[in-house]
Design a protein around this ligand. Structure first.
Ligand code: HEC
Ligand code: HEC
Ligand code: HEC
Length: 440
């Protein structure tokens, strides 16, 4: 008898826990724990930064007055990199994202009433950028970097809205995602609960105004952390490893913390020159970083790039590199390949040729802890490209068919040890893995 009642009590307790869990999950699912940083309730009250609540529509005069500043902010926030496809109509969307469940496309954000955001209110737009919730409560996927844009000021979001509303409407339909079931979106409430900070970062009063401006440009507008911060198994950015580097589309977006930048040879002034130019003694920007310079950092004012550099470098001094010991046979083989195949463009002493090919002796690629980006450049080559200020670089040939895995490993080890001051730990297997890996 006592045994039965004990069993019954245990069963009841389990049932209570299960029901509580189900109700909790349901509450999260239905958005009970969602937290908005957008104040849309206080019609037409004015927010902290002197701007009217987004609940009030913007007048045509206000739109015209704010649009020029919005154009600058759209460049600083790199909206075009995703929302204007290669060769596509401006703001009509297009960039594809390969996600675990399928492919997602950036949408049309031109003011077209049918296909774009022409019918979006100011409040809808604020919520999309800062809460990740689009018109009609439709949750966005974090390929749209709303986790970073959450820190945008209401005034800047208004200017972005005004700018987009002055652009030509494009009647280009959105491409549907290829996700196997359409309800994944609804589960973003769980993702947001774990990964979306509840509050917005406040200014650090112990730091100079330029540092705080730099932090805003890097963390909020430039969303640099979206590529440079490692992600956990939920695909959320790991906060306490902010900017420590991550693998993105088969290459390394390097560590750009003060220590990381110092290792790559950047001083504060050096980084302030490099970000708008896309090239310098540290080499050229490649892969998705080329787009960041091309659509975004090249348009920033001198004060703004200086502020970004002040925040990112934060007083760290560039580290000088010293050659690392390397086996004599590896050095001989690596040096021979360098002299025969590379030095005509990159210089015998690795000094590079201005307007033709970047320097090797001071190149950031050789100073990275991992040789991946160096190997990808050698295996795939790089296209001829234009850089800001009428600067050009030739194409770099692919060496995949000219050198065997072991030869590329020797070459990489020789360059890393001699000029990069990094461990000559590249193996032929690592090269063969790079050859096989898929890259966009
Ligand atoms: C890294 C790529 C990326 C950048 C940068 C980016 N977006 Fe997006 N954006 C996306 C993707 C992808 C979607 C679609 C998300 C989805 O369908 O869940 C999206 C969706 C949106 C939406 C919702 C549109 C709709 O129809 O639901 C708006 C509004 C928007 N973005 C505005 C902006 C603005 C303004 C900027 C610059 C401040 C910007 N985006 C920068 C990738 C990006
Ligand atoms: C879309 C992803 C992406 C974003 C966003 C991004 N980066 Fe990068 N970044 C990369 C990749 C990939 C590399 C490696 C490029 C290479 O090897 O040339 C890189 C390299 C760099 C480097 C080292 C120089 C070099 O070319 O190797 C610096 C400095 C840098 N990024 C700064 C920034 C800053 C500052 C921002 C924000 C304004 C930013 N990045 C945003 C992907 C990104
Ligand atoms: C025909 C001239 C040429 C030859 C030969 C050549 N390169 Fe390059 N290399 C370039 C150019 C030009 C670039 C920059 C390409 C760009 O910006 O699109 C480059 C870029 C690179 C980069 C990326 C550097 C960075 O700053 O991100 C590496 C690494 C590199 N080369 C290594 C080598 C090695 C190793 C060899 C020999 C196996 C070699 N190159 C042979 C012209 C050459």
């Amino acid at each position: 008898m006592r045994k039965r009642s004990l069993a019954r009590r245990i069963l009841v307790s389990i049932a209570v826990v299960v029901v509580a869990c189900v109700l909790g999950a349901l509450a999260v699912f239905l958005g009970a724990f969602e937290n908005s940083v957008v104040d849309t309730s206080l019609e037409p009250l004015v927010t902290d930064d002197g701007h009217a609540s987004p609940a009030r529509p913007m007048s045509d005069d206000e739109i015209a007055a704010l649009a020029p500043r919005g154009r600058y902010l759209a460049a600083a926030a790199d909206c075009a990199a995703c929302h204007t496809g290669p060769g596509g109509a401006p703001w009509a969307g297009g960039r594809a994202f390969e996600m675990p469940f399928g492919t997602l496309y950036a949408t049309n954000i031109s003011p077209d009433p049918t296909y774009g955001i022409g019918g979006w209110s100011r409040a809808d737009f604020h919520r999309a950028l800062r809460d990740g919730v689009g018109k009609g409560g439709r949750h966005l996927y974090p390929a749209m970097p709303y986790v970073s844009y959450r820190n945008l000021t209401a005034a800047d979001v208004d200017a972005l809205y005004a700018f987009l509303m002055t652009q030509a409407p494009m009647a280009v339909p959105n491409r549907a995602d290829s996700f196997p079931f359409p309800y994944v979106r609804r589960f973003m409430t769980f993702w947001n609960l774990i990964n979306l900070p509840r509050t917005v970062a406040a200014d650090d009063r112990s730091k100079a105004p330029a540092w705080n401006r730099g932090r805003y440009l890097v963390d909020a507008l430039g969303h640099c952390g979206e590529c440079h911060t490692p992600r956990d198994f939920t695909m959320g950015m790991i906060r306490d490893r902010y900017l420590e580097g991550a693998l993105i589309e088969g290459v390394d977006a390097p560590d750009i913390t003060p220590a990381g930048l110092a290792r790559l040879g950047f001083s504060e002034e050096g980084l302030a020159r490099f970000l708008p130019a896309g090239l310098g003694p540290q080499g050229v920007v490649s892969f998705s970083m080329y787009d960041v310079v091309h659509h975004s950092t090249r348009y920033l004012t001198g004060d703004d790039v200086a502020a970004m550099a002040a925040y990112l470098v934060d007083g760290a001094l560039p580290v000088a590199t010293a050659p690392v010991p390397i086996a004599a046979d590896v050095a001989a083989s690596g040096r021979q390949h360098y002299v025969e195949l590379c030095s005509a463009c990159h210089g015998l002493a690795g000094e590079g040729i201005p307007h033709v090919a970047p320097a090797m002796a001071t190149n950031a690629d050789l100073r990275l802890p991992d040789a991946r980006n160096l190997l990808v450049a050698v295996v795939d080559g790089l296209p001829a490209r234009a850089f800001p200020g009428r600067e050009r670089m030739q194409a770099m040939p692919a060496f995949a068919d000219l050198l065997a895995d072991g030869e590329i490993a020797d070459l990489a080890n020789y360059l890393r040890a001699t000029w990069g001051g990094t461990a000559p730990d590249v193996t032929a297997d690592a090269v063969s893995e790079i050859r096989r890996a898929e890259r966009p």
